[in-house]
Write a protein that binds this ligand. Structure first.
Ligand code: SF4
Length: 428
């Protein structure tokens, strides 16, 4: 049996691209292995977003290149955002790689597999556990945040037509997917390029009409795109998770303007208030960048004050990276690494306390969870609708007696305790 190993680095969008690559190879009889040592083909889907991600990509390429000597690997293929950003330099510096290819031309992969093969991709080959999958509704971004390389790497917004997405969603449902996670760089902009208006809500209604998913999760909705319609959809449809990921990045108007985020602190506050008025059960996640050029101690204290006021349940903080080619790289008053780290640590500390208090409110509640993994016969790793896979918290289901429970099953549990970011539960 021919085997392929795929390493997807970076964000969930990279997982979707990798699943398409796996789908192409499956057409030529390849099956995905989790062990690179036994793979004839090794693919690395790189991330080029920030310097640490590029360093990780290089380290991974060099590490997996060793299987050309010690394993069965015959072809080492590198693709992804880093290739789109720096293909020429990578080709010059990494002779151990057999092929580089650009994700904009994913069809090119047919030439690598076999130039004589004539087929097109019909299905993704899932790399996630089969009970959840990502649906990437658009590629690229028009927002042009001043620190971000994505528009330069992945180009302008390219939404997929609704019919195509519906078809993709149905295929995922047939594979047993119960939780569909909607992603894009900013899902709120979906459709403006091809339909000339924002079409997230009509698209979600279409998905709901399919009636094929237990959970539909919305990730990466920029605050300026939060609308009452979206809030109502989350509150009126039990299939849409009571969960929204709203990357705000900062709370000071001065910094938001320099970031070109097209929003202000008061606008973010008003939208969150509206969301919570319409859906009192909603759990919010956000992300924050610390140490953006020109961020004074007062600007930073404004974030802390804002986080204490809004109390996001989940938060990811990132230190600002000076990315060549972005407007912010040329801004004056760049912040030292030491201060960035100090501010990052302070945010995480503040958030840890908020998260712990928020999670303590779940104790004694009955919740539906999905089983992601069996740790052993009596302890399972699960998630509530309030947690996205990989980035949010876990529910540890303990003392499991029901031997018929499988990964991907939904179980009713009672939360008995909380940790800083996770919950402990028992079966009901
Ligand atoms: S919304 Fe801003 S940060 Fe996100 S991908 Fe687009 S330009 Fe980058």
């Amino acid at each position: 049996m021919k085997k392929i190993y795929i390493e997807a680095l970076g964000c969930p969008k990279s997982i979707v691209d990798s699943e398409e690559i796996a789908g192409y190879f499956a057409k030529d009889g390849f099956v995905v292995t989790e062990n690179p040592e036994e793979a004839e083909i090794v693919v690395i889907n790189t991330c080029g977003f920030i310097e640490p991600a590029r360093e990780e990509s290089i380290e991974t390429i060099l590490k997996l290149a060793e299987y050309k000597n010690s394993g069965r690997c015959k072809k080492l293929i590198v693709t992804g955002c880093f290739v789109q950003k720096s293909e020429k330099e990578l080709k010059e510096n990494l002779p151990e790689v057999d092929y580089f290819f650009n994700l904009d031309n994913i069809n090119e992969i047919r030439k690598i597999i076999d130039p004589n093969l004539n087929f097109s991709l019909t299905e993704r080959n899932l790399l996630t556990p089969s009970h959840y999958a990502y649906l990437k509704i658009s590629e690229g971004c028009n927002n042009n945040c001043s620190y971000c390389t994505i528009p330069a790497i992945r180009g302008k917004l390219k939404s997929k037509p609704m019919e195509q997405l519906q078809d993709e969603a149905l295929k995922l449902a047939k594979k047993g997917v119960k939780e569909l996670i909607i992603i894009a760089q900013d899902i709120g902009n979906y459709g403006i390029d091809i339909y000339k208006k924002k079409m997230l809500v009509p698209f979600l209604k279409r998905l709901l009409n399919l009636d094929r998913f237990k959970w539909i999760r919305l990730m990466y909705l920029n605050p300026q795109n939060i609308t009452e319609d979206i809030a109502r959809l989350t509150s009126e449809n039990k299939e849409i998770c009571n969960y929204l990921d709203l990357p705000i990045q900062h709370a000071s108007d001065k910094i938001l303007k320099k970031m070109n985020r097209k929003t202000s602190r008061s606008q973010i506050e008003r939208r969150i208030e509206m969301l919570r008025d319409i859906n009192t059960d909603l759990v919010l996640r956000t992300s924050i960048i610390t140490g953006f050029p020109g961020e004074t101690q007062d600007d930073f204290e404004e974030i802390i004050e804002f986080l204490r006021e809004i109390k996001f349940t989940r938060l990811g903080a990132f230190k600002y990276y000076r990315e060549e080619g972005t407007p912010a790289a040329d801004f004056d008053k760049q912040i030292t690494e030491e201060i960035k780290l100090e501010r990052y640590n302070r945010i995480m500390h503040v958030q840890q306390n908020i998260s712990q208090i928020k999670l303590s409110k779940f104790v004694n509640k009955k919740l539906n969870v999905i089983i992601d993994r069996k740790i052993n016969d009596s302890v399972f790793e699960c998630r509530t609708e309030y947690d996205a896979p990989e980035i949010d918290g876990i529910v540890f289901l303990e003392d499991v007696k029901n031997s018929e429970l499988q990964v991907g099953d939904f179980v009713k549990v009672r939360i008995i305790d909380n940790l800083e970011y996770d919950l402990i539960a028992k079966e009901i």
